[in-house]
Design a protein around this ligand. Structure first.
Ligand SMILES: [Zn+2]
Length: 181
């Protein structure tokens, strides 16, 4: 490691400690040429993590984008940013542990849905509706029934959900032409 003051490459480490929550080692070094001290950091080489999309293309994993997506589903719901970040980070950790550093977009969607289902049913269905891009209102209702069957659900939440769904379905069907008689 070259001294930034004199260019000498001989130095000794006078202090070494972990930093950045264990993600880095910080070392104070003393140049054996001029005696100045400087700091170096050793970090794990970050792998680019990528998401394979449905069309087969790849895009870099973007934590902020994932958080924004979950936030949209949680709008006006009692889900905190900390809870949303925890979901995103657990997905990121899984990806970091994976051998390939690649994950398919549907797998991320499933994981988010799985976590949201336990957290907030409205946010869950909202996320699911965007993520799976329900074409069929029946599919939507199936999700609701599925939720109801799980039991332990909050009746007030489900009412809210059904009214929200009613509006959504009305909006969707408005765009469709009536079949000719
Ligand atoms: Zn030096």
């Amino acid at each position: 490691m070259r001294c930034p003051y004199c260019g000498q490459t001989k130095n000794r480490v006078v202090d070494s400690r972990t930093s950045r929550e264990g993600r880095a080692v910080r070392r104070r070094r003393e140049c054996q040429g001029c005696g100045e001290r400087f700091t170096t950091y050793e970090v794990v080489e970050e792998r680019p993590l990528s998401i394979k999309k449905r069309d087969g293309s790849f895009e870099p994993f973007d934590r902020a984008k994932l958080i924004r997506g979950i936030q949209l589903a949680c709008k006006k719901r009692p889900v905190t940013l900390a809870q949303i970040e925890e979901i995103a980070d657990s997905i990121l950790e899984g990806l970091e542990r994976s051998e390939s550093g690649e994950v398919e977009s549907w797998q991320i969607g499933e994981q988010v849905m799985h976590r949201l289902r336990d957290l907030d049913q409205v946010a869950y269905v909202r996320f699911a509706s965007v993520y799976t891009n329900f074409q069929d209102p029946e599919e939507y209702l199936e999700t609701i029934r599925d939720l109801a069957q799980r039991g332990g659900y909050d009746a007030a939440q489900l009412d809210f959900l059904e009214s929200a769904l009613g509006e959504d379905l009305a909006r969707k069907s408005k765009g469709k032409k009536e079949p000719p008689e």
